[in-house]
Design a protein around this ligand. Structure first.
Ligand code: FMN
Length: 367
């Protein structure tokens, strides 16, 4: 029987333990360039079996929040190389989360102040973060425009280029496509945000097309063994909604089973909220079974609200990896604390988004 502290192979990634740092946006990257202290922040957490970076924009159009990092400029890639070098120096493994926000953006963050792009011209009932004079504030997202079908190959290409740059230039061990939390790929998947009548809308096959095209392009660029994907079947985050998620996600994972990915990363329930949502039931065991029956061999990573007992139980029952979000913000040595069953530091919510070292690199490790 496996324990949280056993090593595991996820595609090409040989991981020292099954504890993963979930992707965590921290809004500390002015001009989309990770700051020098990001090197300290990630290196402090390198004892995780795997670090997944904060969501990182694949293009300027893919930006949706102030001071989040990118992967599309030389200085961004150079800064990330310093981060991956620091993590590797501590024998850690790190992948970058590839992000296109779609409609969850603001005209102020878009190239030439244009409208954010989306499957359909439907404004998300959600907020983004704009930092003014150093002070972060939540603002409504802007009305998006529907992508022209002719623009979609360019977005698929941007995912592939970002993945290749991440691995070849920035030194990442792999990449994770952000297919979750109501961002572009999830917006296409779900019928609450996708009302298209072309090959990218309507049927499940059509709504899944962009996510699968982007994943295949990333796999072609860096190899399936270096590619993971994050999905959130029922999260209401960023106004995400689908009328029938079980067959939608069953189809998606069956297709992903053909791609020899490193891992499938599932957010169970409402991201950062309840693991069960009364009016959005979902059978995650059936999803995993469908993936395995279709021949999928990737590591199965679970997330959302895990503590030590729940994580140990998940691994005992056959999940391969458990991703922890907030606990990793406030506990750089989370792996050791879980191993020793030591108490955890409390998180300071005021310093989650934006700011400097406070609430970022100054959480204490155990003596
Ligand atoms: C400050 C903060 C930033 C987050 N940023 C991201 C992100 O960049 N990408 C992502 O997929 N999820 C993001 N999430 C969601 C977390 O990865 C995770 O799914 C969530 O916190 C639930 O896990 P937990 O209960 O272990 O915290 C973020 C959550 C928090 C609290």
């Amino acid at each position: 029987m496996s324990s949280l502290f056993d090593s595991v192979q996820a595609g090409d990634l040989n991981l020292a333990n099954r504890i993963v740092m979930a992707p965590l946006t921290r809004n500390r990257s002015p001009n989309a360039i990770p700051p020098d202290i990001a090197t300290t922040y990630y290196a402090q957490r390198a004892s995780a079996g795997l670090l997944i970076t904060e969501a990182t924009a694949i293009s300027h159009q893919g930006q949706g929040y102030s001071d989040v990092p990118g992967l599309y400029g030389t200085e961004q890639l150079d800064a990330w190389k310093r981060v991956t070098d620091a993590v590797h120096a501590k024998d850690g493994k790190i992948v970058v989360q590839l992000w296109h926000v779609g409609r969850v953006s603001h005209t102020e963050l878009q190239p030439d102040g244009g409208k954010p792009v989306a499957p359909s011209a439907i404004t998300a009932k959600t907020k983004t973060v704009l930092i003014k004079d150093g002070v972060p504030g939540f603002v409504d997202t802007s009305e998006p425009r529907a992508l022209d079908a002719g623009e979609i190959p360019g977005i698929v290409h941007a995912f592939a280029v970002a993945a290749r740059s991440a691995v070849e230039t920035a030194g990442f061990d792999g990449v994770e496509l952000h297919g979750a939390n109501g961002y572009l790929l999830d917006q296409f998947l779900k019928d609450g945000s996708n009302k298209r009548t072309d090959d990218y809308g309507g049927t499940i096959e059509n709504r899944a097309r962009l996510l699968l095209e982007a994943t295949r392009a990333v796999v072609d660029a860096v190899g399936g063994g270096k590619t993971g994907i994050r999905l959130s079947p029922v999260t209401p985050a960023n106004d995400a909604h689908d009328s029938n998620p079980q067959p939608l996600f069953t189809y998606v994972v069956k297709q992903l089973a053909q791609l020899n990915l490193a891992y499938i990363h599932i957010i169970e329930g409402a991201t950062g909220g309840p693991r069960e949502i009364a009016d959005r039931p979902f059978d995650y065991e059936a999803l995993k079974a469908a993936y395995r029956e279709a021949g999928g061999k990737a590591a199965w990573m679970v997330n959302n609200g895990y503590d030590r007992p729940l994580a140990e139980e998940a691994v005992k029952e056959g999940d391969d990896l458990v991703a922890f979000g907030k606990p990793f913000i406030s506990n750089p040595d989370l792996v050791r604390r879980l191993r020793e069953n030591a108490p955890l530091n409390e998180i300071d919510k005021a310093t989650m988004y934006g700011g400097g070292a406070k609430g970022y690199t100054d959480y204490p490790a155990l003596a």
